[in-house]
Design a protein around this ligand. Structure first.
Ligand SMILES: [Zn+2]
Length: 562
């Protein structure tokens, strides 16, 4: 008895000994802040305290005594805003991080600027057997169709492959087509198209969807070092934008290894929920492999909990599956990647194995087929808290809007795309007509129906900065724009909705809402400090607000130099 009492006393004393802290004191305190907690009541607070990676206090500036100890870092935020760390609910971090180190064409607006940029980039990468890169915007080229001759001007001597910003098309030069053996005689793969010269029938230099694979398969595979470097670049940028959790949207074994290796080294500064992608159409014979990957790479911060399926392509290149034909392609409504029955059976098998299903569906037919498949899993496996999700959701038939709530399906939108740019006005709306175009990105309607709606960047398709999407979801204009007419105004949402999409709702989608996504006592201390309170500025200034500090589980992973 005496001994055990003595031990207790010793521990009590030890906590106060030099080099140790009072266990009651916090590690970090933010005070004099505008804390938007994202709790169920959407309450505000002024101070937050963190100990051992968790939130131990949220409330007024009169903190309980003992919370601030000798070693507590106390930050007076002088009215700056504190939010839960952002969650990016759909992103391709590793490939996008790799792209940052290659030929990037993101901001270029003319074909000539791209040729000049690729030429300069190819010269700087003179050692590599291939010239690689991406980010070209489809509307820059007539019919979204850049030619091999143009790319040959920049890279005549080596094969080159440049992905479109949306990843669903690739621009290749003559050398790449030659090495891949793609000629006039080559047939289109079942889920892809080789664009051809209408007069000669020769491949013209643009490949869509699975036709990209005809070239991509002969490009040297990424090394583990390249993947690690891509991840390092990506997470640095993500932390700078206040992102603490990501949903890695199409993750293969090499990507999982990169996350896992970073985690083992203590270098992973993001929480990663990964959707395993083994190609489409996926067959249920791949289930043992998915289960094995899920177990092998799971770690405290790495959760390979989901499976990614592509059910269609994109509207811009007429590969999305629609309920009615494209107006500019007589009788063609696009073809889904899956047969409806096969998709249902696959969904039942994945759901039955406890896997979350994350589906790329862009066209209204692909969306309906996917909802039908989720409805079918409920009849076969019973309704349970599965939180399957559909991402992109460019066109939803109004009849399908209430089904997200009814089936418990999370709707993941890229709100930045709802900005009235040329993708919409020139490549999309003319192919749909005004009646259907009303139902492009119907975020507000899905929110009103009561479904859980989450947000994601789809980086590198579009900006990784959540504030760009948060602003655009409110304004339906490009970030910072006040001139352009507001696109599809009925589907705009408010700031609290957009913030929920990037915090608590995305956490819910990942079954993480008990641990993160809001600032509440007991939750993981994933916090960000913004230089301005987003509720006190005009919406068109939101994108320019800087994140000053990003905290993941109590540890600062980004801080803006003062
Ligand atoms: Zn994606």
């Amino acid at each position: 008895m005496v001994n055990s009492l003595g031990l207790v006393l010793l521990f009590a004393l030890c906590t106060c000994a030099p080099g140790r802290r009072d266990t009651a004191a916090a590690d970090l305190v933010f005070r004099h802040a505008d804390v938007y907690t994202m709790d169920a009541a959407r309450s505000w607070a002024n101070a937050v305290a963190v100990r051992d990676g968790r939130i131990v206090y949220v409330g007024s500036d009169s903190l309980p005594s003992g919370l601030i100890g000798e070693h507590t870092e106390v930050v007076d935020l002088r009215g700056r805003m504190v939010l839960p760390g952002f969650h990016d609910g759909h992103v391709h971090p590793i490939s996008s991080g790799i792209e940052l180190g290659e030929c990037t064409l993101d901001d270029l607006t003319t074909a000539q600027a791209m040729v000049d940029s690729v030429r300069a980039c190819a010269q700087s990468q003179s050692g590599g057997p291939w010239v690689r890169g991406g980010g070209w915007q489809l509307p820059v080229f007539k019919d979204a169709n850049p030619s091999k001759q143009l790319l040959d001007q920049a890279v005549p001597d080596r094969p080159a492959i440049l992905y479109a910003a949306d990843g669903h098309s690739a621009w290749v030069n003559s050398k790449a087509l030659e090495l891949a053996g793609i000629t006039k005689q080559t047939r289109d793969p079942s889920n892809g198209r080789i664009e051809r010269d209408p007069r000669t029938g020769e491949p013209s230099g643009t490949l869509r969807e699975d036709a990209i694979g005809l070239v991509a398969r002969i490009v040297p595979r990424r090394t583990d070092q390249e993947l690690a470097a891509g991840l390092a670049r990506a997470q640095k940028l993500a932390n700078r934008f206040g992102i603490t959790t990501i949903f890695s949207a199409a993750t293969d074994e090499a990507d999982l290894r990169a996350y896992s290796e970073a985690e083992k080294k203590g270098a992973l500064t993001l929480r990663v929920i990964a959707a395993i992608h083994l190609g489409d159409p996926l067959h249920d014979s791949m289930l043992p492999r998915i289960r094995e990957l899920r177990t092998r790479f799971a770690g405290p911060r790495v959760h390979p909990a989901a499976v990614k399926l592509f059910v269609d392509g994109v509207i811009e290149s007429r590969t999305a599956a629609l309920l009615e034909p494209y107006l500019d392609r007589r009788g063609d409504s696009g073809r889904p990647v899956y047969d409806p029955g096969a998709l249902k059976d696959l969904a039942v098998a994945l759901d039955g194995n406890g896997l979350q299903i994350h589906v790329h569906a862009i066209g209204d037919r692909a969306v309906r087929m996917t909802l039908d498949a989720f409805a079918y899993t409920r009849t076969r496996n019973g309704a349970h808290d599965a939180r399957h999700s559909i991402t992109h959701l460019q066109l939803i038939d109004p009849d399908d809007v209430p089904r997200f709530r009814d089936l418990g399906v999370v709707a993941n939108f890229q709100a930045l795309w709802a900005n009235g740019d040329e993708y919409l006005t020139e490549l999309t709306e003319p192919a749909l007509g005004p009646k259907r175009s009303r139902w492009l990105y119907p975020i507000a309607s899905v929110v009103r129906s009561g479904a859980v709606v989450s947000g994601g960047s789809d980086w590198s398709v579009s900006s990784l900065n959540p504030l760009d999407a948060i602003e655009t979801g409110i304004t339906h204009r490009p970030p910072g724009d006040t001139e352009q007419s507001v696109w599809n105004p009925a589907e705009r949402v408010d700031l609290p909705t957009m913030l929920a999409m990037y915090t608590i709702n995305a956490a819910y989608a990942n079954h993480m809402d008990r641990e993160t996504g809001s600032i509440e006592i007991g939750k993981l201390a994933d916090l960000i400090v913004l230089e301005r309170n987003l509720f006190e500025i005009p919406p068109e200034e939101i994108h320019a607000v800087r994140v000053l500090r990003t905290v993941l589980e109590g540890r600062t992973v980004f801080a803006l130099a003062p």
